[in-house]
Design a protein around this ligand. Sequence first.
Ligand code: SAM
Length: 174
Amino acid sequence: MLELGAGCGLPGLLLGKLGASKVVLTDMAQCVELLQDNIDDNELQACACAAALDWTSAGDLEAVTRAHGCEFDLVLAADTVYAPELVRPFHSLLLHFCTAPGTRVYFSAPRPRVQQATDAFFDLVRGPDSYFDVVKVPSSSYIAAAPASATATVDGNQGIFILTRKPVPKQLST
Ligand SMILES: C[S@@+](CC[C@H](N)C(=O)[O-])C[C@H]1O[C@@H](n2cnc3c(N)ncnc32)[C@H](O)[C@@H]1O
């Protein structure tokens, strides 16, 4: 699996602990040392690695693709979409790494940080030409006893979502 904007890498590290065979944790170059330290501290060197992947960098994209390919069965992205100018590069990256139909993205938008960015992202992934099927995970499945104030934060485009890559339509021959 591939984690984008991993920060300290908690979800990916947890999947490594749970038995994922390959975990690639990515973020900006300045976060890679922290990610590698967390891999080492959790003794996950056999299955996990850290790499720089700035969503706006063609060089980073090429390096990660060269090292790990672009066929992941799972992509994690937690609290990554909050800057409007990064929505399109981030979406392009998802398409790049979700090549096979059925590839899943676990995507969370935990709070209305910049609503405009989250809404622009969902316009892309839910639009008529979308490459993904989008399902929102019911908040009752991860908030045990949700107080009224908590349910307000998972309305609309906030919460946890599963995006599944649709099959690519066959090209019509002429
Ligand atoms: C709010 S933090 C979330 C971190 C982590 N996923 C979590 O949930 O704790 C957003 C992350 O996105 C990363 N990020 C922001 N812009 C980025 C970019 N252009 N390319 C790659 N990562 C970026 C930041 O470095 C940061 O680690």
